[in-house]
Design a protein around this ligand. Structure first.
Ligand SMILES: Cc1cc2nc3c(=O)[nH]c(=O)nc-3n(C[C@H](O)[C@H](O)[C@H](O)COP(=O)(O)OP(=O)(O)OC[C@H]3O[C@@H](n4cnc5c(N)ncnc54)[C@H](O)[C@@H]3O)c2cc1C
Ligand SMILES: *[C@@H]1O[C@H](CO)[C@@H](O)[C@H](O)[C@H]1NC(C)=O
Ligand SMILES: *[C@@H]1O[C@H](CO)[C@@H](O)[C@H](O)[C@H]1NC(C)=O
Ligand SMILES: *[C@@H]1O[C@H](CO)[C@@H](O)[C@H](O)[C@H]1NC(C)=O
Length: 579
């Protein structure tokens, strides 16, 4: 996610240059007495419905054998259980054990590289290994995972479960699960089998298509083997262009450049093209992409930036937000988006560097404790950067119409999307159709929107209605598939019906975990096992995306926000300001 704010940026460079330390994020699992009486949070510290998830205890297996005995004991006693990761970055309530007194099994200590087979270009890792360590260890062995998610503080187990991806329409595409050739998953089992067992799946097993993207409900993955490629370099140039004919242009661009990616700035009528191609290792260059979104920033600076945003919201200062957006765009351009040609300074495009240094980053993780003086911007302890992240993929054939609809909305409300442009605009990435049962059903473009979330759940946002309409256009008019690890509740409305292989997934689930100990209320909802309860109907629910409004009280009538049809997509129901 991109969280840069102009004022943050300037300061950050000073901080970065002076090597000031930061405080890496906290453990998302906190217990009051030893490993008992625990809560689990996501990285923001707040779930979409703002509830707290509880568990009776947390366990830290260090080997697969220990993991098996922990799952056996949960299975024997029919106790709810869930895997948790080092940084818990999924936004929806995927990481919570069902009920209030389930067990959390953390993969923090399952973080070893098991084997690197250089000849066959395969690497086997334990599921708690961070993306950062995976790609760097691969590179040390002359190997590469071609394209990866941009934030590297996520684990192999967690990123597979949610279908996380980078950007590419070439080869196997951008989802990491496309590179899985085998995995070992610990599931419940019959009493005769000792209540738990390891299932070893290879490409010959159809069940791998369930286990690769499992939203965590099949059991706990202990090891994963990935098919890698020989290490290569990338040659990268950022190019800002007019956004005319963007829909067609996007399709052409994805075919022309292996790792292309686009940030769309619809208000400024521009699009930033990341022209990113594979080049052989003998090209010279030691470039580095250290995304400005994932660096450590002084918390005081982040707080002042947030205060500005809150003030702009409170005073309905659309001009101010649009000025901030333009400044943010300029500042990112000046900072070359976090690129340097040799790890220290930026001297010009193209930037050429090793694959593992050019896409994923997260330097705010690699820092010592400094008592929260500097933090990852979204640190859950301070909650200064507090945003929604909506992300869905739309099949390529429908992209031009989706783009046109967004453009119509911008014509009607020219300042409505400035808020997105503060955060680098709409991030657009390529992803291919997958055989994974819960994967993408068609070649698609993933649209990622980061925008202001109020600290107060009952306070509406400026231009609330326009973003809500875009969300509903993408998800319902064009049948977009939500990212399992992001989004607000409404995005998952009837999501299971968009996956033609859902039944195959559910039959594997019934076989692996017949008691449903790995399921919670949220996963039952998204998998269609409970009726439409992703919707939480209450006053103000549409403001937080907990429902689509059907009555004014779902918005904020006292603040003059009423439930109205969309302006372009009449079937949409959005909270519109009528002041
Ligand atoms: C700041 C930020 C940046 C992000 N950047 C990206 C990005 O660049 N690309 C992207 O695609 N998404 C991104 N996301 C979304 C989110 O991080 C992803 O969904 C990510 O895949 C979560 O990985 P995690 O290791 O944190 O897993 P968690 O969120 O902790 O877990 C996700 C699910 O997987 C299950 N699980 C975890 N480990 C295992 C295991 N070993 N076996 C079985 N189940 C398991 C958990 O129980 C849970 O259900 C971002 C989110 C934030 C807040
Ligand atoms: C359990 O934790 C909660 C806070 O999360 C605390 O209020 C409560 O006192 C704790 N109970 C015990 C028995 O420690
Ligand atoms: C890299 O190696 C290839 C094949 O060995 C060669 O054809 C090419 O000219 C080399 N490129 C550079 C930039 O050295
Ligand atoms: C990068 O280049 C600059 C200028 O050429 C130089 O001062 C700096 O030391 C270089 N950094 C590295 C890591 O090589």
């Amino acid at each position: 996610m991109e969280v840069l704010q102009t004022s943050i940026l300037t300061v950050s460079f000073l901080v970065f240059m002076n090597g000031v330390l930061s405080s890496p994020p906290d453990d998302p699992v906190q217990c009051t007495s030893g490993n008992r009486n625990c809560t689990i949070k996501n990285a923001y510290g707040v779930f979409p419905d703002r509830s707290t998830c509880r568990a009776s205890q947390v366990l830290y297996p260090t080997t697969e054998q220990e993991l098996v005995s922990m799952v056996a004991s949960a299975s024997k006693s029919n106790t709810k259980v869930k895997a948790a990761t080092r940084y818990s970055h999924s936004i929806p309530k995927l990481a919570c054990p069902g009920g209030q007194d389930g067990i959390i099994i953390s993969t923090n200590k399952l973080n070893n590289v098991v084997n690197v087979d250089v000849d066959r270009r395969r690497m086997t890792v334990e599921s708690g290994v961070l993306l950062r360590d995976l790609i760097n260890e691969a590179a040390k062995n002359g190997l590469a995972l071609p394209t990866t998610p941009s934030w590297w503080g996520i684990t192999v187990g967690g990123l597979l479960a949610t279908g996380a991806h980078g950007s590419s329409l070439w080869g196997k595409g951008s989802a990491v699960h496309e590179y899985v050739v085998s995995m070992r998953i610990v599931t419940p089992a019959r009493a005769e089998e000792g209540y738990a067992k390891v299932r070893s799946l290879t490409e010959l097993d159809e069940e791998l298509d369930a286990a690769k993207v499992s939203v965590g409900v099949l059991g706990i993955v202990s090891q994963v083997t990935l098919q890698l490629e020989p290490l290569f370099k990338r040659r990268l140039t950022y190019l800002m262009k007019k956004d005319s004919d963007l829909g067609e242009e996007l399709i052409r661009f994805g075919k022309a450049h292996e790792f292309g990616e686009v940030n769309w700035l619809p208000t400024q009528k521009k699009a930033l093209y990341r022209v990113d191609d594979r080049v052989p290792m003998n090209h010279s260059g030691d470039g580095l992409y250290d995304s400005v979104a994932f660096r450590a920033y002084p918390s005081a600076q982040l707080a002042s930036s947030r205060a500005t945003e809150e003030h702009q919201e409170a005073t309905r200062d659309a001009n101010g937000i649009c000025r901030s957006a333009q400044l943010a765009t300029k500042t990112s351009e000046t900072s070359a988006y976090g690129l340097t040609n040799n790890g220290t300074i930026f001297t010009g495009y193209p930037v050429i560097g090793q694959n593992n240094r050019m896409e994923s980053s997260g330097s705010c993780l690699e820092s010592k404790q400094d008592a929260l003086l500097t933090i990852c911007p979204w640190d859950s302890r301070l909650q200064v950067v507090f945003n929604y992240e909506t992300a869905f993929s739309i099949s390529l054939s429908k992209v031009p119409s989706f783009i046109k609809d967004v453009e119509k909305l911008v014509e009607l409300e020219p300042q409505a999307l400035c808020q997105l442009e503060i955060n680098n605009g709409i991030l657009i990435r390529y992803i291919k159709a997958s055989s994974a049962y819960l994967g993408k059903t068609e070649d698609a473009l993933d649209f990622d929107f980061i925008y202001y979330r109020s600290k107060d759940p009952l306070t509406p946002r400026l231009f609330e209605d326009i973003l809500e309409e875009i969300e509903q256009i993408g998800l319902f008019k064009y049948g977009g598939l939500p990212h399992w690890g992001k989004n607000r509740n409404l995005a998952f409305k009837e999501v299971i019906n968009k996956h033609p292989n859902a039944n195959k997934f559910l039959s594997v689930k019934r076989e692996y975990d017949p008691q449903g100990i790995f399921s919670n209320e949220w996963t039952d909802q998204i998998l269609g096992l409970r009726k439409d309860v992703t919707t939480i109907l209450k006053d103000g629910c549409a403001l937080e995306g907990l429902c689509i409004c059907s009555e004014d009280r779902h918005c904020a009538p006292a603040k003059k926000y009423y439930c109205r049809p969309g302006k372009v997509y009449k079937e949409a129901r959005v909270c519109a300001f009528e002041g």
